[in-house]
Structures are given as structure tokens and as C-alpha cells.
Design a protein around this ligand. Structure first.
Ligand code: SME
Length: 172
């Protein structure tokens, strides 16, 4: 049985090295995006300090729809022109936000959130969704977190066999 534990006492480089190793072990041999998204969310929330939300939004061809996550219940749908998630999805650039209070249009799903990092998920050139992590501590994320989160997302993307938008999220 897999058991994750807090990496809080390690330097960030070691935290992400351990997370990548654990994520690789958890996802290897599994190509179902829901299963891998659920475990990646649980792994990150259980392992990294000072987080209050970690999870996925998947693109349905029109907007971002809530996927597997850990944390408080969150907004179900996010338009592409809204919030940090929308900015990551439309720019296809990771959004590193030290203080969400000064990010124009930030969507406060959890009022406790102060810092946020959102990585766009691009699969075979198409927008698949975003990976979103929130912290109650302003300035919690830096470039090292950005590189670590992007590496985790790359691992997640490598496991997929679907093309974006994911069929079950696609509006009919
Ligand atoms: N804060 C995000 C919304 C999603 S929640 O943080 C889970 C945003 O501004 O897009």
C-alpha cells in the first residue's frame, strides 16, 4: 500500500525530487486521466506544506470544468477569460501569483487562499485543462515551485492516451 507523508522538513529541491519519484510510481502503467489526476492531487496535498487546494480543471471545448482535487469544494466551471486558471489556459503560460489579492479577476473559491500557481496542460498541442495549487500563505510559491509543478504536470501528460478536449468533458 502506498503511503505518502509530509515533505515539509526537506528543502524544495528534495521535495520535488521525492514528489516526482512518487508520482512516477503512482502513475506508471495507468493511462486513465481521472485516476492519475485524483492521485496526483492527493499526493501533492499530503506531501507539500502550506497548501489549501490542489487539483485539476479540464477543458470541455468551451470552458474549464472542475476535475479531481483535494481541498474545499470549488467553482464548478471557469470561463477562459476569468481568473488565474483562465489566464493560464488562454496564455498557455504558468501563472505564478504571489498574492491573489492583487491579481485582477482572481476567483476566490476559498477565501483563505493567498498565493496560487496554475500550470496549463497542453497535450498534443491542444488545451487539456489546468493544474491549480493554492496556499493560504502569501508568497508561498516561487520559480522552484513553478519548475517542480511543471515537471509533475509533464509526468501526468505523458501518461495520457486521450486527445484534448477530453471526451467525457466535451459538451454535446
Ligand atoms: N482561484 C482560481 C479559481 C479556482 S480555485 O482557486 C480552486 C482562479 O482565479 O482561477
Amino acid at each position: 500500500m502506498f503511503s505518502s507523508s509530509s515533505l515539509a522538513d526537506l528543502p524544495k529541491s528534495a521535495q520535488y525530487a521525492s514528489l516526482l519519484e512518487q508520482a512516477q510510481a503512482l502513475m506508471s502503467g495507468e493511462s486513465n486521466h481521472i485516476a492519475n489526476a485524483a492521485n496526483m492531487s492527493a499526493l501533492v496535498m499530503a506531501s507539500l506544506p502550506e497548501l489549501n487546494w490542489a487539483g485539476f480543471y479540464f477543458y470541455d471545448g468551451e470552458e474549464l470544468v472542475l476535475g479531481p482535487f483535494q481541498g474545499k469544494p470549488a467553482c464548478l466551471r471557469i470561463a477562459l477569460n476569468r481568473g488565474v486558471c483562465g489566464a493560464a489556459a488562454t496564455s498557455r503560460q504558468t501563472q505564478l501569483v504571489p498574492d491573489v489579492h492583487v491579481f485582477p479577476g482572481h476567483i476566490a473559491c476559498d477565501a483563505a487562499s493567498r498565493a496560487e500557481i496554475v500550470v496549463p496542460l497542453i497535450h498534443t498541442g491542444q488545451l487539456l485543462g489546468v493544474w491549480d495549487v493554492d496556499s493560504p500563505v502569501a508568497g508561498r510559491f516561487d520559480e522552484e515551485d513553478q519548475r517542480g509543478m511543471q515537471a509533475l504536470c509533464n509526468l501526468f501528460l505523458q501518461t495520457l492516451k486521450v486527445s484534448a478536449p477530453i471526451p467525457e468533458y466535451t459538451k454535446s
